[in-house]
Design a protein around this ligand. Sequence first.
Ligand code: ZN
Length: 521
Amino acid sequence: MISRFAPVEIGADISTLPASEQAALAKMVEAARLMDGLFLQQVWAGNPALLVELAGDRTPLGQARLHYFLINKGPWSRLDHDAPFVPGVPAKPDTANFYPADATKDEIEKWIDTLPEDEQRAAMGFFHVIRRSPDGRFLVVPYSQQYQNSLDRAAALLREAATLTTQPTLKTYLDARAAAFLTNDYYASDVAWMELDASIEPTIGPYEVYEDELFNYKAAFEAFITIRDDVETKKQAAFGENLQTLEDNLPFDPTYRNPKLGALAPIRVVNVVFTAGDANRGVQTAAFNLPNDDRVVREKGSKRVMLKNVQEAKFNKVLLPISKVALTPADQARVSFDAFFTHILMHEMLHGLGPHTVHGTQTPLRQALKEHYSAIEEAKADISGLWALERLASDGTIDPQIGKDMYVTFLASMFRSIRFGVNEAHGRGIAMQLNWMLDNGAIRVNADGTFAIDELKIKDAVATLTGEFLTIEAEGNYDKAADFVQRLGVVRPEVQRVLDKLKDVPVDIEPRYATADELKR
Ligand code: ZN
């Protein structure tokens, strides 16, 4: 089970940071370490005691259990539908430790209905747990009280970091987040996070709600302590200037194009120094979009953060080995991280281009395409991303080498995505593209089972398929979307034969934070 996660050192170059910023960074990492303990408590009430028990078992089996417990942040294997791997533990509770373990969904819903409005908001909000009083009634308890000890310590460390840094927007975020830990009011610090403009980019606190499998209401503690990548950030600014031109040339009916693009969510490229809690469990996060608070998103927008060194580690440990199985030796040599990463950036940007409502109406695409929307939209972002890169490479906006390497690189990455399954939007979207390309001769299967790009056909095929998805979206064509997904969003035998050969290739990475460890010394 553990061998599916390839160990890898993750680090960032902090040599250009002045001493003040390095000292502040060390305090942020210390604060971030507290998020691991908080997250363990949130996942399951039994976690802290089990951790002590596992740590005390010095047998090889005991140490392996401890190791895998730390990867999963609990005794359930997240890659295997939460199957327990420590004897005697119960099934993973949907309530996590956000609600009383014996409470049912129905019981909590009925109780919430009886509450006055402000208490209802807290009960359904991000930052309160539900507990039972001694007489059995439910209670709403703020995180600032429930997790007081750890949050007091984390706040003190963030304040120390704020005193050390000389970067004003960073100081503001750190002070505001420290205050939020104590007051339970996260609004000002979310705003300060949107306004961060500093060499260090920390994200620390309660954010994502996936761990609350009962309602998706409650935020889990996590931390990403990162360094901004200025070279990549500049590269993107160059893309940003080209977005309207790309929109004006999208390969579909010109009347469907958007003559004036609105502001798009900014993308920040960073390198991770340390992650903890919900940000470091099971499969590693490679990008995230925050904040989740609707009020902040309405007023300040949201920000997409791409973790470049994490993507690079996944590329080296997973994608390259996959390419050795899926591609011919000549093509394997052309699989490039630069092409891989630039395409991911382009994918994110192209989500902002093309139709967002059915043409001539205010109907959102999600409403028109229903359960097929996500797969179509993800496929659109992938394939139109390739289309855009082809244009930018041919006019010299980006390194022309990317234009040469990106098709084989994308072909290898298709197998990585499909491996996670076609039940989820990204994997299904990829399967649709791969099968369409096979049917149209732009990708072919060699006699030995490897896959190859048809260099003469691929460019036109990418433009045509881009047009197909964009047109489905502009027309809000549910039937065509359903046909695409059902006919092409499947794993065909020739693809399965490659997947079957990937058994020994790691599924993901297990990071060791080299730079963070150095800061401790
Ligand atoms: Zn996407």
